[in-house]
Design a protein around this ligand. Structure first.
Ligand SMILES: *Cc1c(COP(=O)(O)O)cnc(C)c1O
Length: 342
C-alpha cells in the first residue's frame, strides 16, 4: 500500500543525496516533527532567523523551546557571524532557513554547530534543489547537511502538490524511524505496537502520485527559473534604486523560489506594478519578531527591520516567457525614470 508515497520518498532521497526521506502533511509538520524527533524539549534554545515564514519560529515554540533570533545578511539568509554570540548553555540546535531558493553559508554554520555540538535542522522549505559547495568541493543539496532537512510541497512552492504536503530528509536511520512513528500516531504499522503519542501527519498517497509526475520536470523548471533570473539581472542591473539578488558567489546554486529585490519607494512601486497588470508580492512588511502577539519583540535585528520596508518579489515561475519578464523590466524602469525626474 501507499506505493506512490514510497516511490516519492525514494526519488526525493536520491534527489537530495541522503539515505531517507519521510513524507508528511506539510512543511510545518516536517519541521515540527523533526524538532520533536531530534529531542528538542522545553527550555532548550534553538537559533534561527526572524526574516522567514513564521512557521520556522513557531515550530520551536511548539516544543516548549525558546527561539533565539539572529539577523540576516545581504543575501537574506542567516548571518553566520552572529551565531556564536547567540549561543548559551541552553542552546540545543541551529535552524538555518534557506530563503528564496538560496542556501545559507553551510560551511560556517556546520563548523560552528560541530564546534559547539549543536544539532542542525535545515528549513529547506523554499530550497528544493538549491546547492552549496565549499570552495571547489562537491556540490551538496539543501537538506543534506544537517540532522534533518525539511521541505514544503505546498502549491506555491517550487514543487507543489494540489494541497499541503512536506518531506523530511535525513541520513540518520534512528531519526527516520522516529519520524515514521510520529507521523502515524506513534504506531508501528507492521506490529501494531505504539511507542509514544504521535500525530496524524502522513503525506497523502494521492498527492504523492501527482508529485511523482511533476518531479520528472523539476530539473527543467529549476533551469527555467535560473534563466528568468538572468533576464532580470541583465535588464535591471544598472537601476540604481534597487538591489537585485545578484550573489555571484561560485559556492552557491540558487533555484529562485522567489525573486526578491530591495527597492526605494517600495510601496509606490508595488502600486505602479499593480496599475500595469503585474502581480508582485510584499511579504513581512512587519517583521515576524515585531508581531506583538508572538512574544519576540525583545529581539533587535536592524537589517531584518530595514528589509521589511524594502523587499518586494517580482513574478518568476517556470512558464513565464522572456517577453513577460521584459514587460516587468520595462514597467520597473518606467517607474524610476518618472520618479527621478519629478
Ligand atoms: C512554506 C514554508 C514553511 C512551511 O511550509 P508549509 O508547507 O506551508 O507548512 C516553513 N518555512 C518556510 C521558510 C516556508 O517558506
Amino acid at each position: 500500500m501507499r506505493r506512490d508515497l514510497k516511490e516519492l520518498e525514494k526519488k526525493f532521497a536520491d534527489f537530495i543525496g541522503v539515505k531517507y526521506a519521510i513524507g508528511v502533511n506539510s512543511g510545518t509538520d516536517a519541521l515540527s516533527l523533526s524538532m520533536r524527533a531530534a529531542g528538542i524539549v522545553p527550555g532548550d534554545e534553538v537559533i534561527t532567523v526572524s526574516h522567514t515564514f513564521m512557521a520556522s519560529i513557531s515550530v520551536i515554540c511548539h516544543q516548549g523551546a525558546v527561539p533565539v533570533l539572529v539577523d540576516v545578511g545581504e543575501d537574506y539568509t542567516m548571518n553566520p557571524a552572529l551565531i556564536e554570540e547567540a549561543i548559551t548553555p541552553k542552546t540545543k540546535a541551529i535552524e538555518p532557513v534557506h530563503l528564496n531558493g538560496r542556501m545559507c553559508d553551510m560551511d560556517k554554520i556546520m563548523r560552528i554547530a560541530n564546534e559547539h555540538r549543536l544539532l542542525v535542522i535545515e528549513d529547506a522549505a523554499q530550497a528544493l534543489g538549491a546547492k552549496f559547495r565549499s570552495g571547489k568541493g562537491k556540490w551538496k543539496k539543501a537538506g543534506s547537511f544537517g540532522l534533518a532537512g525539511c521541505f514544503s510541497l505546498y502549491p506555491f512552492k517550487a514543487l507543489g502538490a494540489f494541497g499541503d504536503a512536506g518531506v523530511v530528509t535525513t541520513n540518520s536511520a534512528e531519526l527516520a524511524k522516529k519520524l515514521r512513528l510520529l507521523r502515524y500516531n506513534g504506531e508501528d504499522r507492521k506490529t501494531g505496537k505504539f511507542y509514544f503519542h504521535g500525530y496524524s501527519a502522513l503525506l497523502d498517497n494521492v498527492q504523492a502520485a501527482l508529485l511523482n509526475v511533476k518531479f520528472r520536470y523539476f530539473n527543467k523548471w529549476i533551469e527555467q527559473r535560473r534563466t528568468l533570473a538572468e533576464y532580470y539581472w541583465t535588464g535591471l542591473k544598472d537601476v540604481k534604486d534597487i538591489v537585485l539578488p545578484n550573489f555571484r558567489d561560485p559556492r552557491y546554486f540558487d533555484i529562485y523560489q522567489n525573486y526578491v529585490i530591495r527597492a526605494k519607494k517600495r510601496n509606490q512601486l508595488f502600486n505602479h506594478f499593480k496599475k500595469n497588470g503585474v502581480e508582485t508580492m510584499i511579504k513581512d512588511s512587519i517583521p515576524n519578531h515585531r508581531q506583538k502577539a508572538m512574544g519576540l519583540s525583545h529581539f533587535r535585528l536592524p537589517f531584518t527591520e530595514k528589509l521589511a520596508g524594502e523587499v518586494i518579489s517580482l513574478p518568476l515561475y517556470p512558464e513565464m516567457s522572456q517577453k513577460e519578464a521584459e514587460y516587468v523590466i520595462k514597467i520597473l524602469r518606467n517607474f524610476y525614470n518618472k520618479n527621478n525626474k519629478s
